[in-house]
Design a protein around this ligand. Structure first.
Ligand code: SAM
Length: 479
C-alpha cells in the first residue's frame, strides 16, 4: 500500500486520509468516502458530508481534486425527507451553534446545516506528521512538531536510519520518525532513466505517478539499511491503536509496532506472545538512532547494548555504526538520572537541552499619530461632547485627505493653505516609516509544546584492531 503520508498521488482518492485545513493550527483528519446514502434513509443525498463551522463539505466535492485545492462549502441537499418547515429551521439553527464542532455525517439526521452551508471554504491537504500532530486523538502527552523536528535532526534520522522509539504513546513522534527514515518503496522496479531507486525483490507495486517521481536511493548509502522504526508500548490499548493507525495510514511497512515493557524485556524484535527468547541475530533491530519518551529512561538503557548478551541474544544496536540517542523528560531530576546512567554505559558527548519554544508575532500597530492635526484629538477636550466633535472633525479630515479633497474654509487663501498643508501631509506621510503603523512584536503564549529536558548522547561505533588493519589496507589501495 502506498501511504499518502509519504508519497501522495497528485489527486485525492476515495479512502485516502485527508487533512481538511480550517485555519492556522486547526485541521480535521477525515477518511474520504464515496459511500452513498439515499435521502430517504435520513442521509444526505450527496453521501458522506463533513460539517464544519465554515460550512458543509460533501466528500464528492473533495475527491479527485488536486491536493492543496480550495473547496467551497456546498448547500447540502437533504432530499425529500420533508420535515415540517419550522422543525427544519430549528434544526438548522441548532446546527449553526454546533458547527464549531466538526462532524462527519452519513445517514444521520440530515437536516443539520442544511440551510447554513455555502458560506465558507477549506483547503484539502495531504496528511503530514505536522497536521496529524495537531489533530490526532490524544491518548497521552505527545511530542509536538517543534520538539520532534529538533530531535530527529539531532538523531541524524535520515532515509535508511533504523530508529527505536519507546513508548509509542499517541503515535505523534512515530509518524514523524517514519517519514524521516522512509527510504523509498523497496522491491519496486523503478524506471532507472529518471530515478536513483534500486530494484529489489518486488512485492509492493508503486502507482505510476509515484514511479515517475525521482526517488531517494532505496537504502542508506553508508549502511545499506532500509529505513525502519521500531516502536514499543506496554499499554495494550495504546499499542493496538498505534498498530491499527500504521496500517490505516499505509506506514506499516516502515513501522514495526510492538507490545512490550521495555524496562524488563528490552528491544529485540520478536512476537510478544512468544515465551521463547530469540537468539537469531535477525531479530535485532540493529538500530542506529534511539528516542526514549519514558518515565524512567535509565531503566531501559541496560538493554541498549552493542555487545551480544552472555546468553547468546544478539545486540540491539547496529555494531557497524555510531548510535545517537535522545531522551525526553519533563523534569530535571529525571534528566540527571539519565545522564548518570548514560555515563555508566559508555555513552559520550552527553548534553542536556531545555526546549523553550516561543512564536513571535511581528506586526504593524497603527498609533494614530500619522497625520498632523490628528495627534491627541480628544486629549484637550473639556467634555465628552467636545471630544466627540473633535473625533468627527478628525474623521472628516482623514476622509478628505484620502479622497484628495482640500478642506473647504471658503477663502482663496484658505484653499491655498489647505493645499500646501495637504501636500506637506502627503510628503511627511510617505517619508515616515510608521506610515503603515509602528512595527511591534509580542510572543504568542499559546504555542503547543511542553517543558522538556532533552538529553542527547552518542555511542561511537566499536573500532577493533581488525577494523584498523582493514581501513589501513583500503586506504593504501586507494592512494
Ligand atoms: N512519544 C509519544 C507521542 O509522541 O505520542 C508519547 C509517549 S507517552 C508520553 C509515554 C508512553 O510510554 C506511554 O504511552 C506509556 O504507556 C509508555 N510507557 C511507559 N513505560 C513503558 C515501558 N516500560 N515500556 C513501554 N512503554 C512504556
Amino acid at each position: 500500500m502506498v501511504s499518502t503520508f509519504l508519497t501522495p498521488y497528485p489527486h485525492t482518492q476515495p479512502n485516502d486520509l485527508a487533512s481538511l485545513h480550517l485555519r492556522r493550527d486547526q485541521s480535521l483528519p477525515v477518511i474520504l468516502s464515496t459511500q452513498v446514502t439515499s435521502a430517504s434513509d435520513q442521509g444526505y443525498a450527496e453521501g458522506v458530508v463533513t460539517n464544519t463551522r465554515f460550512g458543509s463539505f460533501p466528500h464528492s466535492t473533495i475527491i479527485d481534486r488536486l491536493w492543496g485545492s480550495q473547496i467551497r462549502a456546498s448547500k447540502v441537499d437533504t432530499g425529500s425527507r420533508g420535515r415540517p418547515g419550522r422543525a427544519k429551521k430549528r434544526k438548522a439553527d441548532e446546527a449553526l451553534d454546533e458547527s464549531s464542532q466538526p462532524s462527519n455525517v452519513a445517514g444521520e439526521a440530515g437536516v443539520k446545516q442544511a440551510e447554513v452551508a455555502e458560506s465558507g471554504f477549506i483547503h484539502v491537504l495531504p496528511p503530514t506528521p505536522e497536521n496529524w500532530t495537531t489533530s490526532l486523538p490524544h491518548r497521552t502527552q505527545v511530542v509536538y512538531t517543534p520538539d520532534y523536528s529538533y530531535i530527529l535532526h539531532r538523531l541524524r534520522a535520515r532515509p535508511g536510519s533504523r530508529l527505536i522509539e519507546a513508548g509509542s504513546g499517541s503515535g505523534s513522534f512515530t509518524h514523524a520518525a517514519a517519514r524521516a527514515v522512509f527510504s523509498g518503496y523497496p522491491k519496486v522496479a523503478l524506471d532507472t532513466a529518471d530515478t536513483n531507486g534500486k530494484e529489489g525483490e518486488a512485492d509492493v507495486e508503486a502507482p505510476e505517478s509515484v514511479k515517475r517521481r525521482t526517488f531517494q536511493a532505496g537504502r542508506d548509502e553508508e549502511t545499506g539499511n532500509h529505513g525502519q522504526v521500531f516502536t514499543y508500548e506496554f499499554h495494550r490499548e495504546r499499542h493496538e491503536k498505534v498498530k491499527d493507525e500504521m496500517v490505516q495510514h499505509g506506514l506499516d511497512s516502515v513501522v514495526h509496532a510492538m507490545h512490550r515493557n521495555v524496562y524488563n524485556d528490552g528491544f529485540l524484535v520478536y512476537d510478544s506472545n512468544s515465551t521463547t527468547t530469540p537468539s537469531d541475530p535477525k531479530s535485532s533491530p540493529r538500530a542506529n538512532a534511539v528516542f526514549l519518551d519514558l518515565p524512567a529512561p535509565w531503566e531501559a538503557l541496560p538493554h541498549l547494548t552493542r555487545e551480544p548478551a552472555l546468553d547468546g541474544r544478539p545486540s540491539v544496536l547496529d555494531p557497524d555504526s555510531t548510535v545517537h540517542i535522545c531522551t525526553f523528560s519533563p523534569c530535571i531530576e529525571q534528566a540527571q538520572k539519565t545522564v548518570s546512567a548514560l555515563r555508566r554505559y559508555d555513552w559520550i558527548d552527553i548534553e542536556m537541552v531545555e526546549m523553550q519554544h516561543k512564536r513571535v508575532e511581528v506586526r504593524r500597530d497603527y498609533t494614530g499619530l500619522q497625520y498632523d492635526g490628528m495627534r491627541g484629538a480628544n486629549a484637550f477636550a473639556a467634555d465628552v461632547d467636545e471630544a466627540v466633535s473633535r473625533l468627527r472633525d478628525v474623521e472628516k479630515r482623514l476622509k478628505d485627505f484620502h479622497a484628495g479633497k482640500p478642506a473647504d474654509d471658503g477663502s482663496r487663501a484658505g484653499k491655498r493653505r489647505q493645499n500646501n498643508q495637504q501636500q506637506q501631509q502627503q510628503d511627511t506621510a510617505s517619508k515616515l516609516p510608521f506610515n503603515e503603523g509602528t512595527l511591534v512584536h509580542r510572543t504568542e503564549p499559546e504555542l503547543k509544546t511542553h517543558t522538556s529536558y532533552l538529553v542527547f548522547a552518542i555511542l561511537p561505533r566499536a573500532w577493533t584492531e581488525a577494523d584498523e588493519t582493514a581501513a589501513q589496507e583500503k586506504w593504501s589501495r586507494n592512494v
